[in-house]
Ligand binder design. Structure first.
Ligand code: AMP
Length: 236
């Protein structure tokens, strides 16, 4: 499904717990609309692969299931949003993750048009199992789900090796879910009164979530007041 509504930039925030499928949906949405997908988790994982002090510190925090410092995350996103490719909009995956980050994002949006926020809602008990089955391609980053006992270890998109993310181990997953409930879930309350917020049921198939996500975005962008919400100013 494609978006029929093309007014102004699409500044989409995909919210949801770890394992909700944010990354998969965000990649596709960004590709369809020709806008960048900005995943703070990917940015941190890239940094962690480098030998820099910052990258190594981020890796320790990520592997423990914690959150990287707000100030650093806000600085990373601020810089990323000023790049040229974000002028026509962007999809944010994994940011904001705290109310402080959401407030900072609203401040950044004064020059970028309104935010559109979609929460992919999935209950906790479904997430632990989903994350245990998640594998990511070490080469292209594509995420996939393997069935219990399945020996598939090659990415269907590029043939790269499928690996378990270092923070998808059971103890780290539990900590990530705890941190999500404490620090990130309050964002649903932060955004939910806006006409540019929708929740979609993340327990459907990825194709059904995709359809619901696109419907939600189209509906919000067709709402006249949407252009006035989520930022002080609007871009015509
Ligand atoms: P993700 O790929 O979005 O699941 O992120 C992986 C990990 O990166 C998280 O568990 C955090 O440790 C860290 N991280 C990603 N985005 C943020 C953020 N916006 N604020 C703080 N930490 C983050």
């Amino acid at each position: 499904m494609t978006s029929e509504v093309t007014r102004g930039p699409i500044n989409l925030v995909v919210l949801g717990p770890p394992g909700a499928g944010k990354g998969t949906q965000a990649v596709e949405f960004a590709r369809r609309h020709g806008i960048p997908k900005i995943s703070t988790g990917d940015i941190l994982r890239d940094a962690a692969q480098s030998e820099t002090d910052l990258g190594q510190r981020a890796k320790v925090t990520m592997d423990a299931g914690g959150l990287v410092d707000d100030k650093l995350m806000i600085a990373i996103v601020r810089e990323r949003l000023t790049r040229r490719d974000a002028e026509r909009g962007f999809v944010l995956d994994g940011f904001p993750r705290t109310v402080a980050q959401a407030i900072a994002l609203d401040e950044l949006m004064t020059d970028q048009g309104p935010l559109t926020v979609v929460d992919i809602a999935v209950p906790d008990d479904a997430l632990v199992e989903r994350l245990a089955r998640r594998r990511v391609c070490g080469q292209c980053g594509n995420a996939t789900s393997v069935a219990a006992g399945e020996s598939r270890n090659r990415c269907e998109k590029c043939g790269g090796e499928l690996v378990l993310r270092s923070d998808d181990t059971e103890s780290t997953v539990r900590e990530r879910l705890r941190v999500y409930a404490e620090a990130t879930k309050p964002l649903v309350g932060y955004y939910s009164s806006r006409p540019t917020f929708r929740a979609v049921d993340g327990q459907q198939s990825p194709a059904a979530v995709w359809a619901a996500l696109n419907n939600a975005v189209d509906e919000m962008r067709a709402t006249p007041s949407a252009a006035d919400c989520g930022s002080e100013r609007t871009v015509g």
